[in-house]
Design a protein around this ligand. Structure first.
Ligand SMILES: Cc1cc2nc3c(=O)[nH]c(=O)nc-3n(C[C@H](O)[C@H](O)[C@H](O)COP(=O)(O)OP(=O)(O)OC[C@H]3O[C@@H](n4cnc5c(N)ncnc54)[C@H](O)[C@@H]3O)c2cc1C
Length: 418
């Protein structure tokens, strides 16, 4: 009997999005001789942080997209497939078409799964009757159509319970929509509501009072612990389940003229069902080294990882150099010296032309990069969000440039006033 062996690569990266491409580019830049394969099914690479700007009408969808072939670094093998299963004991994985692939080092960077179908009626309703979502390139342009044609009425914005990528995005579009309505003189003829499955308006308490002030300015009602159950696009009715602090549940129906939905999100099914996963489904990695807690030749970063921080591209910017340094150390038989501190950031757009840049590390410690008031709405940070960051993403991050931009902890509001 002849034994067939799977094709093998020194480094196999699953996912060619923000994290996978950044890691591939950085590895190539540091060690051009490495044999790297990236497994990525999509033809296009999107700069997802700009989907909010597409929905707000300040950027076109085309500006957020590049062909995958152009964004992946030269000299790597692109396998245009999806991964179906992992077999880490054999250092092997299975592709959707049934082929298997072996590796010396595996990097999992397959993002988060959007579960549109968990909301009854949503898939049919999206894209019509004022039902939109910035969470898909298919519907973000329709958000802008809805904002443009909004002539007053009930505007509703939903946010699922965590986890979700860019947890600030559901409220950013609410603020843009309200600001747009204000500019068109229809805000006073409208009601704006944010229904969130979370228990707080933002995960870092220091930012909450400032965001509450912004919401109040527009008259946006904030309703926490409300889960979207179903959408009836034809009748324009959204149904929510509300859980009160005592745990009692009831259901409410809300008519809408505009409904922006952020879908429920989980770890991807193929990771959740694999030996690589934590009980919650994420790739089980060390919070500082990004190395797998049981399989030392496996690393993970970005939205698919168990790293206990907010899931953003900004977090990936700091995770990628740590992951790459530690992969190279592992290959050389050295100790893993690079350490990720949980840095993440969220440019909270509060109006056209204004942003609060929330930067923080593990345990919600606020860590601004620049010596500016991190709680103040800023025009400069609007420029950073709309101009500097997209340019840096395409020309810097995805090409493996890793400038060491330092962020510094500052005392929390709570501890400062204690
Ligand atoms: C509306 C919106 C607003 C956002 N705003 C911001 C912001 O302002 N700032 C910020 O920093 N971040 C923001 N983000 C979040 C940011 O885009 C993500 O956190 C970031 O892209 C995560 O990178 P990733 O590589 O982990 O996942 P992704 O970039 O999503 O890449 C995952 C890749 O894995 C691939 N994949 C999936 N399944 C498989 C499989 N089975 N096999 C192989 N490949 C697979 C996918 O095709 C995809 O290309 C926003 C996101 C959205 C949707």
């Amino acid at each position: 009997m002849t034994k067939t062996t799977s094709p093998r690569h020194q480094i196999v990266i699953v996912g060619g999005g923000t994290a996978g491409t950044s890691v591939a580019a950085s590895l190539r830049r540091r060690q051009p001789a490495l044999d790297i394969a990236v497994i990525e099914p999509s033809e296009s690479h999107y700069y997802q942080p700009a989907f909010t700007l597409v929905g707000g009408g300040t950027m076109s969808l085309d500006e957020t997209a590049r062909p995958q072939q152009e964004t992946l670094p030269e000299g790597i093998s692109w396998i245009q497939q999806a991964v179906a299963a992992f077999d880490p004991k054999s250092n092997c994985l299975t592709l959707d078409d049934g082929r298997s692939l072996a590796y010396d080092i595996l990097v999992v960077a397959a993002g988060i799964q959007l579960n549109w179908d968990q909301i009854e009626g949503l898939t049919e309703a999206l894209g019509h009757n004022g039902v939109c979502s910035n969470y898909s390139p298919d519907y973000a342009p329709y958000t802008w159509e809805c904002l443009r044609h909004f002539r007053g009425g009930n505007a509703i914005f939903t946010q699922p319970a965590p986890p979700l990528k860019c947890a600030g995005a559901p409220q950013k579009i609410a603020y843009l929509a309200a600001d747009h309505a204000r500019r068109n003189g229809v805000l006073s003829d409208s009601t704006f509501h944010l229904y969130s499955g979370a228990g707080a308006l933002f995960s870092v308490p220091d930012f909450v009072p400032y965001l509450e002030e912004v919401a109040q300015r527009y008259g946006i009602g904030i309703h926490l612990s409300h889960h979207l159950l179903s959408v009836d696009g034809n009748q324009r009715i959204a149904r929510f389940q509300n859980t009160d602090p005592a745990g009692n549940q009831d259901e409410i129906e809300q008519p809408f003229d505009l409904l922006h939905v952020t879908p429920p999100q989980t770890a991807p099914d193929f990771i959740r069902s694999s030996p690589l996963a934590t009980s919650e489904g994420w790739v089980d990695v060390h919070r500082n080294t990004t190395q797998h807690n049981h399989y030392p030749n496996v690393f993970a970063l970005g939205d698919a990882s168990s790293l206990p921080t907010s899931k953003t591209a900004a977090a990936v910017r700091k995770q990628a150099p740590v992951t790459v340094t530690n992969i190279l150390a592992h290959l050389a038989g050295r100790e893993l010296a690079a350490s990720y501190d949980g840095y993440t950031s969220c440019p909270l757009i509060t109006a056209y032309g204004k942003v609060i840049l929330a930067e923080f590390i593990y345990d919600g410690v606020v860590t601004p990069t620049l010596p500016l008031n991190p709680f103040k709405e800023s025009r400069f940070y609007w420029w950073v969000k709309t101009t500097a960051l997209p340019a840096f993403y395409w020309r810097g991050m995805l090409r493996g440039y890793e400038p060491d931009i330092v962020h510094k902890p500052r005392p929390s509001k709570a501890s400062a006033s204690a």
